[in-house]
Design a protein around this ligand. Structure first.
Ligand code: GDP
Ligand code: IMO
Ligand code: MG
Length: 437
């Protein structure tokens, strides 16, 4: 029985949510293993739109176990709201269908405040363009050993001691940024209140998943963000604060690395990025605004963030980057999404490598200043005038679209396992079933 990890192979928003939802019909358990509600995963099922941030995309299908693993940072107030929103849309959520790892660190209101205060105070060139959700500060507290974790909510004395420990760190930091000291008692009261809503879902996830695995159940791991936002392998420091790559799936729920059989990389047929940081194939005019092709990609692709509503930066497909992320995540096959957005372009460009100081590189160098100076080397390929929107089989694709897909496979050195041709769940072409491969 195969377990499948789905990860983003670019800068996020590749269409992970749609594909996790589609694949979830084949799985028993769907687990988030990193990130937080900085994620925004959009699902469209029979015209109905679901926007998920903290909840695994498996919740929408029903009858599956959804899991929030310890690798996630969880804002309990946000989660309660998100559960209420999807319940209004007709989704059933109960402790039988949703489990939260007891060792999951919490995002507190002070984390969001710190995140936003730092971004506001950042000088030009150092702003990251975070989602402002407190993700970075929450992960800092986790490695700093001062997090409040889900299990701490069950005991008042422990909770108060954990809050005091956290505030020893946060109050001086807040003072330096000109933010008032934390109202300790109010925070404790807030936490005790939210505990009632969260504790029913708390479980030893590592144990449950190991038992499921032994019983032959299939686990689908849902990544958030994309490999180029990975804390180690991304475009540091313009990254998120977690490991995003597939290796994190095992650590992020407490299951051995041998339990992962197939890594599916989600890859957009072009490239987008939200927030600051280098982006070699970004399509800009002389004034630094999106050029005609960039605007067209953004408009056709509806490239506005699910979480913050920010306009996404757009560019041509970067095969050098995806070849690199296929390697760092051990991607076995990709799902190429949003092919339909490229319909009607006369010519398409694909980046095959970079030029830096007169040298040709086949990967993005590590140093931030070098990344910023890399200029893309393009290959031009003919576009297609026909529509691929909603195509559900290879036979529905124009010859030039197939050529584009084949060229992408060659350049990234990885095969296409799935193709997506619209936001709708079933507008998906299956080439290789990741669960059966
Ligand atoms: P995620 O963060 O990786 O889950 O991706 P997002 O949901 O943030 O962004 C992807 C957007 O593209 C969503 O609005 C999806 O509904 C939409 N989408 C997904 N696949 C396709 C596709 O094949 N074609 C088109 N046109 N839109 C798609
Ligand atoms: P999904 O799961 C795209 C980006 C932010 C910012 C950087 C750091 O929908 O693909 P953070 O708030 O995490 O500290 O911000 O990471 N970012 C994303 N970009 N999609 C996401 O998630 C993202 N999550 C974070 O824009 O540049
Ligand atoms: Mg998204």
């Amino acid at each position: 029985m195969a377990n499948v990890v789905v990860v983003g192979a670019q800068w996020g928003d590749e269409g992970k949510g749609k594909i996790v939802d589609w694949l979830s019909s084949r799985a028993d358990v769907i687990a988030r293993f990193q990130g937080g509600h900085n994620a925004g995963h959009t699902l469209v099922v029979d015209g109905k739109v679901y926007k998920l941030h903290a909840l695994p995309s498996g919740v929408v299908r029903g009858g599956k176990l959804s899991v929030i693993g310890n690798g996630v940072v969880l804002d309990p107030w946000h989660l309660v709201k998100e559960i209420a929103t999807v319940r209004e849309q007709g989704v059933t959520i109960s402790p039988e269908t949703l489990m939260i790892a007891e060792n999951t660190p919490l995002i507190l209101p002070i984390h969001g405040e710190l995140d936003r205060a730092r971004e506001e105070a950042a000088s030009k060139g150092t702003k990251i363009g975070t989602t402002g959700r407190g993700i970075g500060p929450a992960y800092e507290d986790k490695v700093g050993r001062r997090s409040i974790r889900v299990a701490d909510l069950a005991d008042d004395a422990t909770l108060e001691a954990r809050v005091d420990r956290a505030l020893q760190h946060h109050d001086p930091l807040r003072k330096g940024l000109g933010i008032e000291a934390v109202d300790r008692d109010a925070l404790i009261t807030q936490l005790k209140e939210i505990a009632q809503d969260i504790l029913p879902y708390a479980a030893p996830v590592w144990k449950v998943l190991n038992e499921k695995r032994k019983a032959g159940k299939r686990i689908l791991f849902e990544g958030a963000q994309g490999a180029l936002l990975d804390i180690d392998f991304g475009t540091y420091p313009f990254v998120t604060s977690s490991n995003v790559i597939a290796g994190q799936a095992a650590t992020g729920v407490g299951i051995g690395p041998g339990s992962i059989d197939y890594v599916l990389g989600i890859v957009k047929a072009y490239t987008t990025r939200v927030g600051e940081g280098p982006f070699p194939t970004e399509l800009l005019d002389a004034e630094g605004k999106p050029d005609a092709d960039g605007q067209r990609l953004g408009e056709r692709g509806h490239e506005f963030g699910t979480t913050t509503g920010r306009q996404r930066r757009c560019g041509w497909f970067d095969a050098a980057l995806v070849r690199q992320t296929c390697a760092t995540s051990g991607i076995k096959g990709i799902c190429l999404t949003k092919l339909d957005v490229l319909d009607g372009f006369e010519k398409l460009k694909i980046c095959v490598g970079y030029e830096l100081d007169g040298d040709r590189l086949d990967y993005l160098p590590t140093a931030a200043d070098q990344q910023a100076r890399c200029t893309p080397i393009y290959e031009e390929i003919d576009g297609w005038s026909e529509s691929t929107e909603g195509a559900r089989s290879w036979n529905d694709l124009p010859a030039n679209a197939i050529k584009y897909v084949r060229r992408v496979e060659e350049l990234i050195e990885c095969p296409v396992a799935l193709l997506s041709t619209s936001p709708e769940r079933d507008d998906t072409i299956l080439v290789t079933d990741p669960f059966e491969d």
